[in-house]
Design a protein around this ligand. Structure first.
Ligand code: HEC
Length: 87
């Protein structure tokens, strides 16, 4: 019974870490795909903004015509705020 629980715990933590890695990669590819349609990907990559500034930038891109839904806005804002924060 003990070994059952340690295996169960392993499977659980493996699944959790896998989901975390997958979603980080997903966020990056979503960002690279959606944000290089009109200008180069270097345009956002060369910036550093607070989460609120990234949010208003991404929402402005949406009104510029970026094909992103509300979930994708949230994922991209999170990704940018984490990787390109204001110093
Ligand atoms: C439909 C075309 C289009 C798409 C798709 C697009 N952009 Fe833009 N982007 C623009 C235009 C037009 C400008 C210049 C005018 C402006 O700043 O609104 C711009 C300017 C920018 C700038 C420089 C201005 C600033 O505020 O720093 C950044 C950063 C930026 N975009 C980030 C992004 C990100 C992040 C995405 C993905 C969510 C994205 N863009 C997708 C059209 C687009």
């Amino acid at each position: 019974m003990r070994s059952f629980w340690s295996i169960a715990a392993c499977v659980f933590f493996f699944a959790v870490s896998f989901v975390c890695v997958a979603s980080a990669e997903e966020a990056q590819s979503l960002f690279e795909k959606k944000c290089s349609a009109c200008h180069g990907i270097d345009r956002p990559k060369s910036k550093a903004k607070t989460p609120a500034e990234w949010r208003s930038t991404v929402l402005r891109m949406k009104s510029n015509g970026a094909a992103i839904n509300d979930d994708q806005v949230r994922i991209i804002v999170e990704y940018l705020a984490k990787n390109y924060p204001k110093k």
